[in-house]
Design a protein around this ligand. Structure first.
Ligand code: KG4
Ligand code: ZN
Length: 359
C-alpha cells in the first residue's frame, strides 16, 4: 500500500510517499521544505511566520512528493498527518490540508503523534528494525523524554525533562556563543574540537575527556541535568542558567571564553545525563532493545555514548539515518501505518493539538 504523509509541526514542511510492501517500508519520496533560513534571522522559530510558510509550501511539496514517487492521488491508499504536539498554527496547516485531500478523494486518514513518528523513523531502516517492546529516547527541540513502546501504537512515558528540552538548550546556548540557529549541529562540531583540544586525541577523545585538565578546570564547572531523585527525569534549565552565568563571568573578567572547550563541557554534561537515565531505563526494562530518535539523535557524541550504553547492557541500539533524525513526513507514514492496522481512523472532525498525548 502507498501512504501519503504530512508533517508541519514546527519549521519544516514535509510530504512523503512511503510504500509498505511485505514487512518493509520503502521511501518513495520524502520532500522537506525547511524554513530555518527564515527563522535564523530571529534566532529561533517565530510561530506565525512558520504557519504562513507552511501554507505557502504545502501544495507544491505535495505535488513534488507524488511526482518523485511516480504516483498519482489515485494510487494513494492512506493519508497520515501529524496532529500533535507542536506549534498549533503550524500543525493546523498540515491537518487541514490532509483532511481536505483525504475526504475529497475518499482516502482513509490517520492522525499521528509527532513523537511516535520520530520513534517510527527507526522502522524505515533498510537493515534490521526494532520490535516492541523497546525503550525509546526522543531528543529534539521540544522533547527530552524516555518512553517504552509497548506495541507499535501503545506508548508509555518513563521519564522526561521537567523544563527545557535538550535541543532547545543547545540552540539557546549555541546562540550565546555565536552559533547560528539551529545551533545543534554547529554545537556538535565545536564540541568535537573542544574534546580534541582537551585530550589531544582525535579518536578516543570522549573516553579520555574526564581525565583531562580541561574537565578539572573549576571555571568550567557545569551541573548535571540528570535529576538525582531516583526518577528518569531531567532538568535542562539549571544547566542552561549555569552556562549563561559562566559565559557572563568570562565577559565580566574580560577574558575570552574558550568556546570549543566550553561547548565540549556543555555537551559532556548533557550527553552523560541522558546516558545515565537511558542506562537506568534499560536496566528497569530487561529484554527491551533501544531506539534513539529526534533531531538531537543526529548528535555524534550522543550516538557514540548511547551505543556504548546499549552495548554494556547487551541490547541492540537502533538509530535512524541522519536524514531521518530531523522532522520529516516519511516517519509519519511509518507511524501512521500502525494506526491504520489498529483501525484508528480520523475523519473530517480531526483537530490539531499543541499538547503531548503521552504524559
Ligand atoms: O526533531 P527536530 O528536527 O524538531 C523538533 O521536533 O524539535 O529537532 C530539532 C533539534 C534542534 O534543536 C537542533 O538544534 C537539534 O535538533 N539538532 C542537534 C543536532 N542536529 C540537530 N542537536 C545536537 N547535535 C546535532 N548534531
Ligand atoms: Zn521533531
Amino acid at each position: 500500500m502507498n501512504i501519503l504523509a504530512f508533517e508541519s509541526s514546527c519549521d519544516e514542511t514535509s510530504a512523503s510517499v512511503v510504500l509498505r510492501e511485505g514487512d518493509s517500508f520503502i521511501i518513495k519520496s520524502n520532500i522537506i521544505a525547511s524554513q530555518v533560513d527564515t527563522h535564523r534571522l530571529y534566532g529561533g522559530v517565530v510561530p506565525e511566520i512558520a504557519s504562513r510558510a507552511h501554507i505557502e509550501a504545502i501544495s507544491s511539496i505535495t505535488y513534488e512528493a507524488l511526482e518523485v514517487a511516480g504516483v498519482t492521488l489515485s494510487d494513494i491508499d492512506l493519508v497520515a498527518v501529524t496532529a500533535n504536539p507542536g506549534l498549533i498554527g503550524a500543525l493546523l496547516v498540515g491537518v487541514n490540508f490532509a483532511k481536505a485531500l483525504a475526504v475529497s478523494n475518499n482516502i482513509p486518514l490517520v492522525a499521528v503523534d509527532h513523537i511516535k513518528g520520530h520513534i517510527a523513523s527507526a522502522f524505515l531502516s533498510e537493515g534490521e528494525v526494532p520490535k516492541p517492546p523497546f525503550v525509546a529516547l526522543a531528543a529534539s527541540g521540544g522533547h527530552t523524554a524516555i518512553y517504552k513502546m509497548e506495541t507499535y501504537t501503545d506508548i508509555s512515558l518513563i521519564g522526561t525533562t521537567r523544563d527545557d528540552a535538550i535541543g532547545e538548550s543547545f540552540d539557546k546556548i549555541g546562540r550565546m556563543i555565536g552559533i547560528p540557529y539551529p545551533a545543534g549541529r554547529g554545537f556538535d562540531e565545536l564540541s568535537r574540537e573542544g574534546f580534541i583540544e582537551a585530550t589531544g586525541d582525535s579518536e578516543n577523545f570522549y573516553k579520555k575527556y574526564k581525565k583531562s585538565a580541561a574537565y578539572k578546570d573549576a571555571a568550567m564547572t557545569l551541573p548535571s541535568p540528570a535529576l538525582r531523585d531516583g526518577s528518569f527525569d531531567f532538568s535542562f534549565s539549571g544547566l542552561k542558567t549555569a552556562a549563561i552565568n559562566l559565559i557572563h563571568r568570562y565577559e565580566q573578567r574580560g577574558i575570552e571564553l574558550p568556546r570549543a572547550l566550553f561547548a565540549a563541557r556543555y555537551t559532556f554534561e548533557a550527553v552523560e545525563a541522558v546516558a545515565m537515565k537511558i542506562d537506568m531505563a534499560l536496566k528497569a526494562n530487561p529484554g527491551c532493545d533501544f531506539v534513539m530518535a529526534g533531531g538531537v539523535a543526529a548528535n555524534s557524541h550522543l550516538r557514540h555514548r548511547l551505543s556504548e550504553v546499549a552495548r554494556e547492557n547487551g541490547v541492540k541500539i537502533f538509530i535512524p539515518s541522519m536524514s531521518l533524525c530531523g522532522d520529516n513526513a516519511a516517519m509519519i507514514a511509518a507511524s501512521g501505518y500502525y494506526e491504520y492496522l489498529k483501525n484508528n481512523f480520523a475523519d473530517s472532525s480531526l483537530n490539531a493539538s499543541a499538547l503531548d498525548s503521552v504524559v
